[in-house]
Ligand binder design. Structure first.
Ligand code: HEM
Length: 483
């Protein structure tokens, strides 16, 4: 059992006794209710406002609503959910005895298994399925084995990325800029292929050149029905959110990625079969998903928000972070151990994850009838109901975080006791600080520690290399190298 339920109990003890109430909100008329909610969600309000407005309307952080996708070509998909929007109610999603996580990674809608080689990969498996434990153990083993070369592979690949951005910037001349979005994705793809799979992209020229684009397309096509893109409306609603897309659009790219894994990741594939009892097919498709969806997809979003958080800070913040990095590295090389000592850098990383959790929604289906508590109220959940937590609001819970809307770069600083808040940082689908951590009996991200550590290395590298970094809307506009 999760330690989460213990903390929920502790929280209850400190607050006034919660009252029982019926869950507010409704699903509206069939077809019209879900369609109207979908238009508000994507178009009129946007996801965050959609949930925030309903908190106000119902004066409750738990309520019934519809979430996309819905109408007209999602006949088998039930859009009805119970939204959980405060830290206390959200934590029920971590309790494997209460919720079933089978096939609900992105809600009641599940992209076709054709996107994953015809099998249900780890992220769609429930904790009660034996295969879930086998694959999760493989993921853990991969991270453990690669940890000793992680930082050195990362810095070598980062050297290439920043060398190239510097020369692009020099070519652009005064007032010019260099976009870092694709260079960042190229870096992520080759670095993650090497560390997670042991596959070196330089031996596969087509993959080296376009592996990241192949993954971008594969992700986009399967996730489009639920993605908010903010292009011209109502075109987005009519063309992008009304039906799911056929796999053949990306079939040939997927086959190239599968052959890359088969030929480039031989050792990892062999271990998956001999030590973790997976078939070769299960291993290949789970590794593609881990590399492409979990790691590459997660880091692409996360590092983009990390860089934009950096660009939005007052100049003094970069200065403080740089000072800390240079001080800690004065007699040391960059490593997981040295970045652990960088209190402010780590806090900055956690604060970015708090305000911009890269995977914004988590779902779970009630295994049985149970009582669910928010900070103030107890609600009755019925077996089979789908619970939907929306992290960007949960991570702004004013009962837990002071000035919740503000980016407070030292909020989680150990020195000022802020690290206690890590118990309430949920980006990994579990608390950042806790006794159990990711395991076969929960659905917490296997890379719960590796992800923030990698981000801290990314920042420390930048502050070691540059005296000043200027960034504006996805581009670097100036880089002053360290003297
Ligand atoms: C910034 C990067 C990442 C983010 C934001 C992220 C986020 C998440 C989240 C939110 C989940 C839970 C999904 C759910 O059930 O609702 C998850 C699961 C998972 N992640 Fe990550 N992840 C990242 C990187 C990685 C990496 C590098 C690995 C490599 C091993 C990884 C492996 C997994 C696996 C195997 C699961 C499934 C866990 C299970 O089924 O029990 N993730 N990740």
């Amino acid at each position: 059992m999760m330690n989460a339920s213990l903390s929920v109990a502790q929280m209850s003890a400190s607050a006034a006794a919660p009252q029982r109430a019926a869950i507010p909100g409704s699903y509206g008329w069939p077809v019209i209710g879900p369609l109207s909610d979908r238009l508000q969600y994507f178009w009129l309000q946007g996801p965050q406002n959609f949930f925030a407005k309903r908190i106000e309307k119902y004066e409750s952080t738990v309520f019934r609503t519809n979430v996309p996708p819905a109408f007209p070509f999602f006949a088998g998909v039930n859009p009805n959910v119970v939204a959980l929007l405060d830290v206390k109610s959200f934590r029920h999603l971590f309790d494997a005895e209460l919720v079933d996580k089978s096939n609900v990674l992105v809600g009641d809608f599940m992209p076709s298994v054709n996107y994953t080689g015809g099998i249900r990969v780890c992220a769609y498996l429930d904790t009660a399925e034996t295969k879930h434990g086998q694959i999760k153990d493989l993921a853990k083993d991969i991270l453990r084995r690669s940890s000793s070369t992680w930082v050195s592979s990362m810095t070598t690949t980062l050297d290439a990325m920043w060398d190239s951005l510097e020369s692009q910037l020099a070519t652009a001349g005064a007032g010019g800029s260099a976009s870092y979005i694709f260079p960042l994705q190229e870096f992520l793809f080759s670095f993650l292929s090497l560390t997670l799979l042991g596959a070196d992209v330089s031996a596969f020229p087509e993959i080296k050149k376009s592996g990241h684009i192949m993954i971008d397309k594969w992700l986009a096509v399967q996730l489009l029905p639920m993605m908010s893109i903010n292009i011209v409306q109502p075109l987005e609603e009519i063309f992008l959110h009304s039906f799911s897309y056929p796999f053949w659009l990306v079939k040939s790219d997927y086959q190239k990625l599968a052959s890359f894994v088969e030929n480039g990741a031989g050792e990892t594939l062999a271990r998956a079969q001999t030590e973790f009892n997976l078939t070769k097919e299960e291993a290949i498709h789970n590794l593609i998903f881990m590399l492409g969806f979990n790691a590459f997809g997660g880091f692409s979003l996360f590092f983009l928000s990390l860089l934009s958080s950096l660009s939005e800070q007052k100049p003094g913040v970069q200065e403080e972070l740089r000072k800390e990095v240079r001080e800690k590295l004065s007699n040391n090389v960059l490593s997981f151990e040295t970045v652990k000592e960088m209190d402010l850098v780590n806090s900055f990383v956690y604060e970015t994850l708090r305000l911009n959790p890269p995977v914004p929604q988590q779902f779970g289906r009630a295994r049985k009838n149970f009582d669910l508590s928010s900070h103030t109220t107890i609600y009755e959940i019925k077996k089979g109901e789908l619970l939907c937590g929306f992290q960007p609001l949960v991570m702004r819970d004013p009962k837990i975080f002071e000035k919740p809307e503000e980016f407070v770069y030292n909020r989680f600083s150990k020195k000022s006791g802020g690290d206690e808040l890590l118990e309430y940082l949920f980006w990994s689908n579990g608390p950042q600080m806790g006794t159990l951590g990711p395991s076969a009996s929960n659905k917490q991200c296997t890379a719960k520690d590796a992800v923030p550590q990698t981000a801290a290395v990314f920042l420390a590298y930048l502050f070691q290399r540059y005296d000043e970094i200027s960034i504006s809307s996805g581009s670097v506009t100036a880089l002053r190298k360290a003297k």
